[in-house]
Ligand binder design. Structure first.
Ligand SMILES: *[C@@H]1O[C@H](CO)[C@@H](O)[C@H](O)[C@H]1NC(C)=O
Length: 398
């Protein structure tokens, strides 16, 4: 009997020990994972690009990228083949953002979502989280105009209107309206400032407008998308030189008779910067939807053809604005998922992924967004949705 008890005790003890082991093994795995991820970060943070690689261009650069790292693939992109070499000022004119990092002023009014207590999942994709919102999946084309700052803005604003209205308001805000009418934004097709674009939305509002092809809404985009690949159904190549900024027309296309220009406007209720911190950006994205982000474009990025982009070679060309839609981890490498405005032939069907956690090319330090003002279009909304929204964003509303 005693022996049996002893045996039972031993078994119980062994069981406990075993459990302890399971726990400590799990703990160790998690610890190792953290260590692994911070090793990845250490490896990329403050790294120096080979002096030789930093001046490469053309096929030499593409070969260098493909032979010296495995995170992403490079290939010659038709979109940029008409430009002459790495110093073509029209090519770099497409990167229409002067300062990719938030200004001191921008940092003074940061989104409060950074203080929310939220569980942050390992991966997140706005397209899956808000499947009703078609605009999140759309890829636009800025054509031969340095209007990326306007595209990143109207794309994210359109998504946020859909998200805030629980899928009831599906709009495509007009890149042309913002590009041509916002004077405080900068220089139209010669570049602009993302935060100023969101402020303009709050103050002046932005009308609807589709891409060039669909030609719908109040002010569709005036420039055609660019021909690439071998898809002959597409269009002529974009002109080499940048288009002049379109004139600010405060009326809708003649074919659009739904509403007047002022009736067609959608407004924001607030515009803000987001703290340059991975978790702060994740919380803001999960709460209100896609964001506009800016980063530095080097020659190698133009040749991106899939994978997790990490700057590897080539010269710095200029600042570019795009739309952040999610994040994930691939083979232990954390990344952001981003929508570009260079048509669906570029990158991963128009999207790209970039290393997350080391402020790669400034990608985490120029994040901006804002909240749509749904009461301006309240006739199409149910009351409880508005109440829900007020509750969610109380201190952001006027
Ligand atoms: C233009 O927009 C329409 C409607 O959103 C879309 O179906 C179409 O694929 C877009 N065309 C191009 C060339 O991007």
């Amino acid at each position: 009997m005693k022996t049996l008890l002893l045996l039972a005790c031993l078994v119980a003890a062994a069981y406990c020990v075993c459990n302890d082991n399971v726990e400590s093994v799990l703990g160790k795995t998690q610890g190792t994972l953290y260590k692994f991820q911070s090793l990845i970060s250490d490896q990329y943070r403050n790294r120096e690009i080979d002096a030789e690689a930093a001046v490469l261009a053309g096929d030499e650069l593409i070969n260098y990228v493909n032979n010296n790292q495995q995170l992403w693939k490079a290939k010659k992109q038709r979109r940029f083949s008409m430009y002459k070499g790495e110093n073509d000022k029209h090519k770099w004119g497409l990167m229409g953002v002067n300062h990719v990092r938030l200004s001191v002023k921008g940092k003074q009014h940061l989104s409060k979502t950074k203080d929310l207590d939220m569980d942050i999942p390992e991966s997140f994709d706005s397209r899956e989280n808000w499947p009703k919102c078609e605009s999140i999946k759309a890829i636009r084309d800025q054509s031969s105009c340095g209007s990326c700052w306007a595209f990143g803005a109207v794309e994210a604003m359109s998504d946020r209107i859909c998200i805030a209205s629980h899928g009831e308001l599906q709009v495509s805000l007009s890149a042309d309206d913002l590009l041509s009418c916002c004077r405080s934004c900068g220089f139209g097709c010669n570049g602009g400032d993302p935060l100023a674009a969101w402020r303009y939305w709050v103050k002046d509002g932005i009308v609807t407008g589709s891409n060039f092809t669909a030609n719908s809404g109040c002010k569709p985009y005036p420039f055609p998308p660019c021909e690439h690949h071998s898809k002959k159904t597409h269009f002529d190549p974009c002109p080499h030189d940048l288009y002049p900024t379109p004139k600010c027309e405060k009326r809708c296309n003649a074919e659009y008779t739904d509403k007047t220009y002022s009736e067609d406007k959608f407004y924001g209720s607030s515009a803000y910067g987001v703290k340059d911190d991975v978790e702060a950006i994740q919380k803001e994205l999960m709460t209100h939807g896609p964001l506009e982000i800016a980063f530095e474009v080097y020659e190698d990025f133009l040749n991106y053809d899939g994978g997790v982009y990490v700057h590897t070679g080539g010269k710095l060309g200029g600042g570019h604005a795009v739309k952040l839609i999610g994040w994930g981890i691939e083979d232990g490498i954390p990344y952001w998922t981003v929508a570009n405005s260079w048509n669906t032939d570029w990158g991963e069907d128009g999207f790209f992924r970039i290393l997350r956690g080391v402020d790669e090319c400034g990608i985490e330090s120029g994040v901006v967004g804002g909240i749509p003002k749904l009461n301006s279009v309240s006739s199409r909304l149910h009351r409880h949705h508005r109440r829900h929204l007020h509750h969610q964003i109380d201190d952001d509303l006027e």
